[in-house]
Design a binder for this molecule. Sequence first.
Ligand code: SF4
Length: 192
Amino acid sequence: MHKFSPLLAVARELGASEAALIDPGEIVIRDELARMCLEPRCNGYDRSMSCPPHVGGPEAMRKWCREYHRALVFLVEVPREVAMSFERNEVLGLIHEIASGVEKAAQAMGADRARAFAGGSCKELFCSQYAECRVLHEGKPCRNPHLARPSMSGHGVDVAKLQALAGWTLPDPKEKPKEGSMAHFTGLILLA
Ligand code: SF4
């Protein structure tokens, strides 16, 4: 059993449908995916410390993937209707919650460099009632340090390839969905 295997149970207890340990050296990082945050411009671009241009981007992620020994990938599966509804933000909030929870558990095990990534803008998910991100605009600490984590897409992570690396065969989101189909959301924690 790998020393980080107990974290798989932590991810599931926090709400993940699946979790797997992978080799971070195999994570596919594509510059063009990170560029899509700017063009077409995402609503989260330049609105928080978790999204471009305020994150390290693909270059930093490549460096971390060389430095870290293991990565935990998790999946949250929900009915497609939920993913397309107002409940989508709740699911994205859960991705941040699981990612930060696993990061904290890893740190408690001694992996103090554990680094979690989620998806979706933390400004929209956790600070929508405020005009601005407190870190960016006031130079003060984040209002939600226990939850908000940087976006994988802002770092160019190919999420479909990440899911395949974890051994999950999932429907192509570009294909027309079948009735009753499920949607999948993913988070990542680098471990060292
Ligand atoms: S203060 Fe709010 S918007 Fe800024 S990084 Fe923290 S959670 Fe995100």
